[in-house]
Design a protein around this ligand. Structure first.
Ligand code: FES
Length: 118
């Protein structure tokens, strides 16, 4: 379990992004999702084929929580009205959403899921 104090939200010198440990790799089930919060923002973590992906947890249609949707392969379906997004890119693959959700670079370091946040 990652505690809020484990993260350092100060900006890196090389970019304006911050690296935050959002969860332990072992906490996200294969083929499943996990809802997390960092810097008071909700994110959705997904694991497909042993690889972890991170998206904004807010559907671009009307704000549904993507981490509570159904994951089939790399496609997450919003639980509210069924929009579908590719978790590897955030791109829309099924309506009614039209805009992609933001995707963030993920690395697993020492068993922790580290995400680069803006
Ligand atoms: S809020 Fe996600 S499809 Fe409508």
């Amino acid at each position: 379990m990652i505690k809020p104090d484990d993260n350092d939200f100060t900006s890196s010198r090389l970019s304006r992004s911050v690296r935050a440990a959002l969860a332990m790799d072992s906490e996200v089930p294969e083929g499943g999702a996990m809802c997390v919060t960092a810097n008071q923002k909700p994110f959705a973590l997904f694991k497909v084929g042993g690889k972890v992906y991170c998206l904004d947890n807010t559907c671009t249609h009307l704000g549904g929580p993507l981490c509570q949707g159904r994951l089939q392969g790399t496609i997450i379906q919003c639980p509210w009205h069924g929009s579908r997004f590719d978790v590897t890119s955030g791109n829309v693959v099924g309506p009614p959403a039209r805009k992609p959700v933001r995707a963030y670079p993920v690395a697993v370091e020492g068993g922790k899921i580290v995400v680069e946040l803006p």
